[in-house]
Design a binder for this molecule. Structure first.
Ligand SMILES: [Zn+2]
Length: 122
């Protein structure tokens, strides 16, 4: 088994597998974004998939130090918004996109629809 390279979260400071971390990237134009592929060019900083770590990185300026840039509040806000979309803990669900089910809207006969939904409940 191949060992994953470890990176340090700039928020909590823990070492983790690179794949368990979010890469925040500053590209050549100085634009900060979340790099989900981990392959884009630029300077990267790593954070746990956790908004708490993002907040810590903002407070201790770990992100700014790693990226060697000043991070505007608006950038912080957009990063936070992107972190909100990450499911905490369950990394696998990131790659596995679930198809969106569109339940057939009962046209007229409402009682017919309910029997079809029985097996879907989680
Ligand atoms: Zn962390």
């Amino acid at each position: 088994m191949k060992k994953q390279p470890q990176r340090k979260c700039v928020g909590c400071g823990h070492m983790k597998d690179k794949r368990d971390l979010i890469r925040v990237l500053k590209d050549e134009e100085g634009i900060i974004s979340v790099d989900l592929t981990g392959r884009k060019n630029g300077r990267g900083a790593y954070l746990c998939r956790d908004q708490a770590c993002l907040k810590m990185a903002e407070k201790n300026h770990g992100l700014e130090h790693s990226l060697k840039t000043r991070i505007e509040d608006s950038v912080d806000a957009s990063l936070e918004a992107q972190f909100q979309t990450f499911p905490s803990g369950e990394n696998d669900s990131l790659t596995e996109k679930r198809p969106v089910r569109c339940p057939r809207s009962p046209a007229g006969a409402g009682d017919l629809g309910s029997s079809m939904e029985g097996g879907v409940t989680v």
